[in-house]
Write a protein that binds this ligand. Sequence first.
Ligand code: PMP
Length: 408
Amino acid sequence: MTFDPAALRAEFPILALRPHGQPLHYLDNGATAQVPRAVLDAIMRHETGARANVKRSVHYLAEAATEAYEAARNTLATYLNAADADEIVFTSGCTAAINLLAHSFGSRLDPGDEVLVSVLEHHSNIVPWQMLRERRGIVLKAIPVTPEGRLDLDRMESLLGKRTRLVALTHVSNVTGAETDVARVVAAAGAVGARVFLDGAQRAPHGPLDVRGLGIDFYACSGHKMFGPNGIGVLWGRKELLETMPPFLGGGEMIERVTIERTSYAEVPRRFEAGTPPIAQAVGLAAAAKWIAGLDQEAVHAHLARLTGRLLEGLARFRKLRVIGPQGLQARYPVVSFAIDGAHPHDVCQILDRHGVALRGGHHCAQPLMDAFGVAGTTRASLACYNDSDDIDALLAGLDDAMTRLGR
Ligand code: PMP
């Protein structure tokens, strides 16, 4: 297997766009990654050759659609290394997956039971637990962050106790790029009998996973960050746990038998997939997972580490700029956030946009983390396999211009 970023780039039609007459330097992959032709083709093939509802009718198209949808489930099971395809629940995204978990797993928690999150979380992994606190009277605790923008795991042990039922943490931070030491979390949670959920929104795009090997209980990710479509995500859970959990949404296809008096529910994962699921999106996500798995993972990681190093080195020459997150390449993914004294991230992003550089500026749905660092927001570059050194150089040149224009 060879890895050629230029050839890879050519697989993404949108990257040929020239915003403001400039080459596009798309560095907002943490928000949404772009879609390769293989995924677009898979969706087109499905919509023109197998479009129908699933698990309902018995005609040719309905059976083709059901087969495609279940094949997508199998593909995602392989991508995550799940024990069984039934452990894959399709949702509309990572947020929906976490809400499902909070409602379903959460409905079995008692007042005073504890859920442990962290200050580093995306709001998607904070707010659903706060809402659960309102419904069930649970106690929500949060692991603080280190000055390097990592989970302060030395503080984790003291926050765990015999009432901790779930440790719900990000696998990779969408702000700092820091990777969580999962083995340590799993060992500590296991010692008090707590379950572990990882929010994999930012990790899942970077290659196949081994949820069983990680020793965790639940995992969530989003299709649109994995070079796939919008409106699709996955909640993975150990089957024996999913089987003990009640449904979240009620409706068609999640039932065994309905009478006006009572309803019995379907087996997992159907129990959690009420209504018509995102079918073409699941097919597209499966194509994306196969596309990622077909890359030379080692070469891609080395390429992204080189680019991240080049970016960190380039940023170090700006005196008024502070990187929020790990300063090196150890246990980090290619997400780099920085704050510039006296400059608003939106202004920085707007100037960079004129250079064709797409970044994200703001709180990144991580306001507790912004509070911990005493900033209102950061500017963030998040890289994908199709990025190259031209993208990094364009960002650094654009920043030179931004510094001058903003008088920094
Ligand atoms: N968690 C993390 C770490 C994320 O980065 C995001 C997306 N920014 C989400 C959860 C939510 O994903 P989605 O909006 O696709 O549901």
